[in-house]
Ligand binder design. Sequence first.
Ligand code: PEP
Ligand code: MN
Length: 277
Amino acid sequence: MIPNNMIWADDNPEMALTKPVRVGNSLTVGGQDVILMTGPCSVESYDQTRTVAQEVARLGGRVLRGGAYKPRTSPYSFQGLGREGLEILRAVADEFDLLVVTEALGVEQLPLVAEYTDIIQIGSRNMQHYPLLWAAGEFDKPVLLKRGFMSTVDEWLKAAEHISSRGNDRIVLCERGIRSFETATRNTLDTNAIALIKQTSPYPILADPSHATGRADLVFAAARAAVAAGADGLLVEFHNNPAEALSDADQALPLAALARFRDEVGKVAQAVGRGIR
Ligand code: PEP
Ligand code: MN
């Protein structure tokens, strides 16, 4: 149980413990601005990824998301392009001066993923994959640690310590929804956890409203709620043609919605005294 050391959060601004994490040379997560990390669930092709990256950059985004190694529930689903996907991500990100966040599924992939990415993503299914956490702790790259969908906040923070115990404390947490009794949505966004992390952990916290809801029509609302709760950023899936997406088609927002998304999230960020990037 995490101790309740709060009297009243709004009267105790010093209780915001967040230590900003540097990403690349020009960005920090956990500072004044809410950082949007947007892009497709999977890197599917050069043209698809470039189209998305171009729009992300045009609107002032700084970080492109996209999976090259995909942790799919079914072994018969698209598993990602692997190394080719990493090459595509890096090429288009460099063209548009973006930073990259992408997932490493296993220890053996880490060196390659770390070479191509600016943030190493450890996925929900791997949150307690200790050898992967230890190995990520040896790199000089920030790590995005997603919450296991069956994991408590305590287990999640302990997982982060497995990374930091190896020397790398550039850790960013990501609340991506947990499994509950509710089946109307893919997962349940735990906004409590976002507020709790802000008050009890030094690590910046992102939210992933795409995996948390599993429905494109709920992503805006979940994103606004997460930012209102204190999230330092959002990881969100956008696709140039959601109906044809090779993974997570139901939750992908169309690229055409990105401008409005930034606008709406920006209004909530402003209401809580922050900007967006
Ligand atoms: C992802 O963000 O690409 C992903 C697979 O998410 P999660 O690990 O949260 O399921
Ligand atoms: Mn996805």
